[in-house]
Design a protein around this ligand. Sequence first.
Ligand code: HEM
Length: 148
Amino acid sequence: MTILLPLYPWIKSLHIISMVAWMAGMFYLPRLYVYHCGLRRGSAESERFKVMERRLLKQIINPAMMSTWTFGLLLVATPGVIDWHAGWWHVKLLAVILMSGFHGALSKWRRDFLEDRNTRSERFYRIANEVPTLLLIVIVFMVIARPF
Ligand code: HEM
C-alpha cells in the first residue's frame, strides 16, 4: 500500500506510543494482583481493587493493545518495511504473540478475582510480573539491533 509510505514516520510514532501505554498496563496489572491476594474476600479494599483492575484493563490495556496491533500491521503493510526472510522479524512476531497471550491470561485472572475465586499465590503473580519485561527486552533488541 504505497499510500502509507509518506505516513510511515507518523504511523511508527503512533505504534511506539501505543506500545508504551500497553506495556505500562501490562507491568501494573500483575502488581495489583500481587496485593489483591493479601486482601480478605468481600472486604471494601478487595472490592476497590476489583474496580481498579477493571478500569486498567478495559480503559488502558485493551485499547492500547488494539492500537499497537493496528499501527504495527499498518507498518507491515507499508512497502519495503519488512523483509520476511529476516530472523529478527520472526522472533519479534513470536514475542508479540506471546505478549498478546499473556494479555489474555491477565484478563482471565482478573475474572477470577472479580468472582472471588482466585487460588493463585502472591508469589505466582510476582513471577508472572516478570514475563512482559522479558518479552519487551527481546522485542526491542530484535526491532532495533536486528541481530540476525
Ligand atoms: C502487536 C503487534 C506488532 C506488530 C505487527 C509490530 C510491527 C512493527 C513494524 C512493522 C515496525 C517497523 C519496523 C521498521 O520501521 O523497519 C515496528 C517498529 C517498532 N516496534 Fe513493533 N510491532 C508490534 C508490537 C510491538 C510491541 C509489543 C513492541 C514493544 C513492546 C514494539 C516495538 C517496536 C519498536 C520500538 C519499533 C521501532 C523500531 C525502529 O525504529 O526501527 N512493537 N513494529
